[in-house]
Design a protein around this ligand. Structure first.
Ligand code: SF4
Length: 237
């Protein structure tokens, strides 16, 4: 991280208007604030190369107001990344200002930083959390962190996203679904085909694998949906 985030500045790579391309609200018009840094490195991540700059609170609000005027109305302001919860002191200042303007806040997070969530959960209207399977991310196993996180996150409107590749190790997937079923039984789970050089839905073998995972997974958690990244299919940002 180039400068530690403060309550007044944060490293942001882009602020833009587009369709929400993932999850249960796919197709809605959202205003995205993309924070630059992440504390983990998923093998498939295509966001970490996006370099940002320091934005002040005033600059963010100015951009948000401009986009709302030129491209709005937007259903949500989506805080995404990178990992937005790395910027918790900035979020604590920003969220009330967005709320005061009538925006609803969508937090898209890797679902690991439970302590940070605790500080800003009051400002969130919807939480989209990941559960990261190490067989897919090639990262550490964060199941303990995900458990702490989901206990809190389920107090809000919540859905969980799990990225699926053909490397997925079924016992990890099973453990994740059991965790969701235990703490958030009513929350939808999105199975998203991993994207590398091309979008996951273009790989027919991967789609067959996803169908099989959905079938087996539904014995544990009923609401399992397969959804590719809609904005990529439409060639949107
Ligand atoms: S958690 Fe998200 S932003 Fe961070 S490395 Fe993984 S995919 Fe990229």
């Amino acid at each position: 991280m180039q400068h530690p985030p403060t309550s007044k500045t944060a490293r942001i790579s882009e602020i833009f208007s587009s369709l929400q391309g993932e999850g249960t609200l796919a197709g809605q018009r959202h205003l995205f604030i993309r924070f630059e840094e992440c504390h983990i490195h998923c093998e498939y991540c295509d966001e970490l190369h996006k370099k940002g700059r320091d934005f002040t609170l005033e600059e963010v609000l100015e951009q948000v107001n401009l986009l709302e005027t030129t491209s709005g109305p937007h259903s949500f302001v989506s805080l995404t990344g990178g990992e937005p919860l790395l910027y918790v002191s900035f979020l604590k200042s920003l969220m009330p200002l967005l709320k005061a303007k009538g925006f609803r806040i969508y937090l898209e997070t890797n679902g690991i930083l439970g302590k940070a969530l605790e500080e800003v959960i009051g400002g969130c209207d919807l939480i989209a959390m990941d559960i990261k399977l190490p067989s897919v991310t090639k990262e550490d196993n964060f199941i303990g962190e995900h458990e702490q996180f989901i206990k809190q996150a389920q107090t809000k409107e919540l859905f969980v996203k799990i990225i699926v590749s053909k490397d997925l190790f079924f016992p990890e997937f099973e453990e994740a679904l059991k965790l969701i079923e235990k703490y958030a039984p009513g929350s939808p789970v999105i199975l998203q085909p991993v994207s590398n050089q091309r979008e996951g839905h273009e790989d027919l073998e991967l789609m067959d694998f996803l169908m099989e995972m959905q079938k087996r997974g539904m014995a544990i958690h009923r609401d399992l949906r397969i959804l590719p990244r809609f904005h990529r299919i439409l060639n949107l940002r």
